[in-house]
Design a protein around this ligand. Structure first.
Ligand SMILES: Cc1ncc(COP(=O)(O)O)c(C=O)c1O
Length: 384
């Protein structure tokens, strides 16, 4: 059976060049970067080269990049680290469409005395910069806004939000796990103080990421111990992971992004030819190049996903989970809810996410199968 992987927003295949680069750091240069002998020094040198590559990719200084175990840790660190280092201010502004690792951290911080404003978004998932401005009070410490949304692909305008934050003297943090290497990220142009990055969404390994922290930002470490990462993130460095992360950034190309945009738009237009379908999230260059999210009216997304699996197609369901009845228990997508979808629309929404490895013929095949599956399910649906 064919295998067509359309769940690249969940994770990506590791590029062969990344695997090759990493392998040396398991078997030959396996030293601990804290050791002063030759093998240790080699590890230290490799980390500093990797740091330089990541820093350059976002216009930062090398010493502003701190390696972490991934996006979840970096987001936890950004929010908790700022909150505990700045006891004079306890207000955080964020949005209703953040990744769970930001939302759950915010909820936990509320139990520690933080006040959180969760801003709403418009029908395409955009936060209004004026709402950000209005939400900021003298007590606001931080604005944390997801750059590229993992469910519906909305890319926020960080330029304007960054300017507002700078003018008001509050920190701006962005989770860029989905947008990194896919759209511009520049710490100076966009006035960003902290950025969460990870490797496994860009053909790098799982379990590694980074937090960019602008020099001068007052933040406390999440991990204490041996003093690695300039005493800001203790723990022996994941050297193969860090090397693989840097390699995945180095080989990311704007040509791949352009190709994905073409494939994405053709796939969207093919899927929208299916009657009673609707695209969730924006069109054009304000949408992540790899994201497609469609509501198939009156069809249970979970049933679509199950059928697609039988054809070898992997997709993702943002809103449905364990139930196979439309009235039953289902996990709501907080993102689809925030852009105003009805319960029925949420339960009929499927996310497809492509990568540089996705081929046009795979998408042509997938759209034909999806069209047949939706037609079949609609015929069976009691809601017809
Ligand atoms: C937007 C976003 N933030 C954070 C994360 C979490 O990153 P990680 O899996 O590296 O912990 C993800 C991955 O699911 C994500 O899509």
């Amino acid at each position: 059976m064919k295998s067509i992987y359309l769940d690249n927003a969940a994770t990506t295949r590791v590029d062969d060049a990344v695997v090759k680069e990493m392998s040396k750091y398991f078997s030959d240069s396996y030293g601990n970067a804290s050791s002063s002998h030759l093998v240790g020094k080699e590890a230290k040198r490799a980390i500093s080269e990797a740091r330089e590559i990541i820093a350059k990719s976002i216009g930062a200084k090398d010493e502003e990049i701190f390696f972490t175990s991934g996006g979840t840790e970096a987001n936890n660190w950004a929010l908790k680290g700022l909150f505990f280092a700045n006891p004079g201010k306890n207000h955080i502004v964020t949005t209703k469409i953040e990744h769970d690792c930001v939302l759950e951290t915010c909820r936990w911080l509320e139990s520690q005395g933080a006040k959180i404003t969760y801003l709403g978004v418009d029908k395409e998932g955009f936060v209004n910069p004026r709402d950000v401005e209005r939400a900021i009070t003298p007590n606001t410490l931080l604005v944390s806004i997801l750059h590229g949304n993992n469910e519906i692909g909305t890319i926020q305008d960080l330029w304007e939000i960054g300017e507002i934050c700078r003018k008001k003297g509050v920190y701006l943090h962005t989770d860029a796990c989905q947008s990194y290497t896919k759209t511009l990220l520049d710490v100076k142009k966009q006035s960003i103080d902290l950025i969460t990055l990870n490797a496994h969404k860009i053909h790098g390994p799982k379990g590694v990421g980074a937090l960019y922290i602008r020099k001068g930002v007052k933040i406390t470490p999440l991990f204490h111990g041996g003093g690695q990462e300039s005493f800001f993130r203790s723990g022996t460095e994941n050297i193969p992971g860090i090397i693989g992360f840097a390699k995945s950034v180095k080989i990311a190309s704007s040509g791949d992004v352009k190709r994905m945009i073409k494939l994405r738009d053709k796939f969207i237009s093919d899927l929208l030819k299916i009657p009673h379908t609707k695209l969730n999230g924006p069109q054009g260059d304000r949408r992540l190049c790899n994201n497609i999210n469609i509501s198939f009216s009156n069809v249970d997304a979970e049933a679509i996903g199950d059928y697609l699996v039988s054809y070898g197609i992997s997709s993702s369901i943002g809103s449905a989970c364990s139930s196979n009845t439309l009235e039953g228990m289902h996990k709501r997508s907080h993102v689809l809810e925030a852009i105003g979808l009805s319960d029925m629309e949420m339960k009929s929404s499927v996310r497809f996410s492509i990568s540089k490895y996705t081929k046009e013929e795979e998408l042509n095949y997938a759209s034909r199968i999806i069209s047949n599956v939706v037609e079949k399910l609609r015929k069976m649906s009691p809601l017809r």
